[in-house]
Design a protein around this ligand. Structure first.
Ligand code: TXA
Ligand code: MG
Length: 325
């Protein structure tokens, strides 16, 4: 587990232009000084992310939103005050000084204060903004443990701060605060209901994905195995057909699952959507580690954090909207 000395060293590494992976409450991030274009170039190279994709700036305190935004709309202020530190990213118009490497050349910037003690200690020690995508290679499953990060990035990262498994397990909710109405660009750890409650506004979800990531991305969060999303009532029949065809099948779905044929491995049957979110990426990684051909998943009910889980399952199945890496 990361000590105070590890955190101080990691802050120094970021200051010198290095890359540091760190835990957040959602997933592990791969961090670089958001004011250092050379460090950001290396971040993009290690991640394998095409240019033109914006990255989220992480800051240690809500008051720092002003350093990155041209203006802070009232709704963004309310969301930040009520939900930070927490799994929420607000998209606001960028301040003039913000690097194109952060914004992907666009005129907005995403900012968040993560609700994780080691992340906050790192941000406080560093002082400025840390740009951090999820610490996976482009298109792969996001890491929720330090071991996942080490396995995926190896020596390409200068330091990995370990604080155990992430408690939320899916990425932050991204809310576009630049228009007349709030728009959820990516469902995540904060529910739409909560955003409506805090902002006092109706919030629309964008079905066409993030327009900042044009035309390139078919599947995300995707293991090697084929991922299929099915309804609970079809599960037993689909499993049976795949097993009969000689496929090695694993199952992930909310409890209670129906009776399944022998030799089918149930990876997990989470009791609620929060628990489903927490285990989701670990199970997707497990599928490949154990060499299954097919993962059959049943999504949780499409409400609360279940919306984010269902979204990531669709993406893992290669049927997601574009734009989340
Ligand atoms: O929970 C999270 O948000 C994690 C942790 C590490 O903080 N970070 C994360 O970053 O998921 P990343 O880069 O893997 O996904 C961020 C998504 C990308 O799809 C990116 O295009 C989008 O957010 N994004 C970032 N800035 C944006 C902006 N200004 N406008 C629209 N989309 C933006
Ligand atoms: Mg990502």
């Amino acid at each position: 587990m990361a000590t105070d000395a590890d955190i101080a060293r990691a802050a120094e590494t970021v200051r010198r232009g290095g890359l540091v992976a760190f835990p957040t409450e959602t997933v592990y991030g791969l961090g670089a000084d958001a004011d250092d274009p050379a460090a950001l170039a290396r971040l993009y190279a290690v991640k394998g992310r095409p240019a033109g994709h914006p990255v989220i700036v992480h800051v240690g305190d809500a008051s720092q939103l002003r350093d990155w935004a041209a203006d802070v709309p009232e709704a963004a202020r309310r969301l930040a005050d009520a939900l930070w530190p927490g799994p929420l990213t607000v998209v606001v118009r960028r301040a003039a000084r913000v690097s194109d490497a952060v914004t992907g050349g666009g005129d907005t910037v995403g900012v968040r204060v993560p609700g994780q003690p080691v992340a906050l200690a790192l941000l406080h020690a560093f002082g400025g903004g840390i740009a951090a995508p999820s610490a996976n290679r482009f298109g792969q499953v996001s890491p929720t443990t330090a071991d996942d990060v080490r396995a995926e990035l190896g020596d390409d990262v200068d330091a990995v701060l370990d604080d155990g498994p992430c408690t939320v397990g899916v990425e932050s909710t991204i809310v576009d605060c630049t228009g007349e109405e709030l728009v959820i660009l990516r469902p995540g750890g904060v529910t739409r209901e909560r955003i409506e409650e805090v902002s006092g506004q109706q919030v629309s979800g964008r079905r066409d994905g993030l327009v900042r990531a044009p035309g390139t991305l078919k599947s995300h969060y995707a293991p090697e195995a084929t991922v299929l999303v099915v309804g609970g009532d079809e599960l037993a029949a689909r499993v049976g057909a795949l097993v009969a065809a000689g496929q090695r099948v694993a199952v992930l779905g909310p409890a209670p699952l129906p009776d399944l044929p022998p030799h089918v491995v149930v990876l997990d049957a989470p009791g609620d959507a929060d628990e489903y979110a927490r285990v989701l990426y670990a199970r997707l990684r497990e599928v490949d580690r154990r060499g299954f051909d097919v993962l059959l998943t049943v999504p949780p009910p499409d409400e609360g954090v279940g919306v984010a889980v269902a979204d990531r399952l669709r993406r893992a199945a290669g049927r997601g909207d574009e734009g989340t890496q």
